[in-house]
Design a protein around this ligand. Structure first.
Ligand SMILES: Cc1cc2nc3c(=O)[nH]c(=O)nc-3n(C[C@H](O)[C@H](O)[C@H](O)COP(=O)(O)OP(=O)(O)OC[C@H]3O[C@@H](n4cnc5c(N)ncnc54)[C@H](O)[C@@H]3O)c2cc1C
Length: 299
């Protein structure tokens, strides 16, 4: 285990359901019992070998079987680079189509995660293909951090897209991205208002209390139908807000990451809250038993 993995290992259990499908299902069932829907992410990204991308696709197919058998209100989250985008767009699209077809047949909707800006065009193109083939069953993430998102949204609205609105987890240059929180929030709300006005299926994916308050105000003011709007949050982050939204009568979907490839995901969470590094250091100095079953990354 690398020094970095060793440092972040105790922290990861806060954000990750565990290593296995069983761990993810257990987390989803617990959340469902409390009234939450879920979206499951089998962790992995930037795969460089065809076999690894195909293995990921097969794992998602197996996951879909289990979700369908359980009858949970669950989606799956797919990352294009996990399904081989770096091996070619056509190859990746083939796997995305296979997994999505498998999921849709079993009544499970699919979310396409948005990765760094070098992949935005490919992710949008893949989404368009999937949405054309499986209308109403696929959702695409759109990043308020990126300046291009306003123009991208015009196309998506015209195509009747379902959109998960996020701030954006990847560091991007100021030439293409808003860098001040004030600007990112403003763009988030502008994009949200357009989605609600157009009556599009919208997921508000944030833990930002300011954005949540403003989003709820817009949902009320624009009279958005409840079935068109849901809030989405990450496992282990602001459970207080997750429960409050639920108590207020909103649909809340929790993003549940699982699998051995937890390091890049955990690093993104740490970058958002650097004081975690101190917490991680402290937990190494004062260890306590792990609650979840996470093992070191496979590589
Ligand atoms: C369901 C879901 C799906 C997502 N999908 C994508 C995607 O496809 N592509 C993408 O680029 N990004 C995605 N993201 C991540 C998103 O872009 C942000 O990086 C992340 O949500 C943090 O931003 P925030 O809006 O919560 O606001 P922030 O300002 O970062 O956080 C607001 C508050 O939330 C809490 N909080 C936030 N992060 C943490 C943390 N790590 N630990 C503890 N507390 C924290 C704090 O209380 C903080 O004050 C997704 C987020 C969610 C919720």
């Amino acid at each position: 285990m690398s020094v970095l993995s060793r440092l972040l290992f105790p922290l990861a259990r806060r954000f990750i359901a565990g290593n296995t499908v069983e761990d993810a299902l257990a987390a989803a069932r617990t959340l469902h019992a409390r009234g939450f829907a879920s979206i499951l992410d089998f962790l992995g990204e930037h795969v460089r070998r065809e076999e690894d991308a195909k293995t990921a696709a097969r794992a998602y197919e197996a996951l879909v079987e289990r979700l369908a058998a359980d009858g949970l209100d669950a989606m799956i989250a797919l990352k294009p680079t996990h399904l081989g985008l770096e091996l070619g767009e056509a190859f990746c699209l083939g796997l995305l189509e296979t997994v999505t077809g498998h999921a849709v047949l079993r009544g499970i909707r699919v979310g396409i995660d948005m990765e760094d800006s070098s992949t935005t065009d490919a992710a949008l193109a893949a989404y368009r293909r999937l949405n054309g083939k499986f209308p109403g069953s696929v959702q695409i993430a759109l990043q308020a951090r990126l300046k291009r998102s306003a123009a991208d949204l015009s196309g998506l609205i015209a195509e009747g897209a379902s959109v998960r609105l996020v701030k954006g987890a990847y560091k991007e240059p100021a030439t293409i991205a808003y860098t001040r929180m004030r600007e990112i929030r403003k763009n988030f709300l502008d994009l949200l208002e357009r989605l609600l006005r157009e009556g599009r299926d919208t997921a508000v994916a944030t833990h930002d209390a300011v954005l949540l308050r403003e989003a709820k105000e817009r949902v009320r003011r624009l009279n958005a139908p409840p079935e068109k709007v849901e809030f989405q949050m990450l496992l282990g982050i602001r459970p207080d807000l997750q429960h409050r939204l639920l108590a207020e009568g909103y649909r809340v979907r929790i993003y549940i990451p699982f699998g051995a490839e937890w390091l890049p995901y955990t690093l993104r969470r740490v970058r958002e809250r650097p004081w975690y590094l101190w917490l991680a250091l402290r937990s190494i100095l004062h260890p306590h038993p792990y609650r979840r079953t996470i093992s070191s990354p496979a590589r």
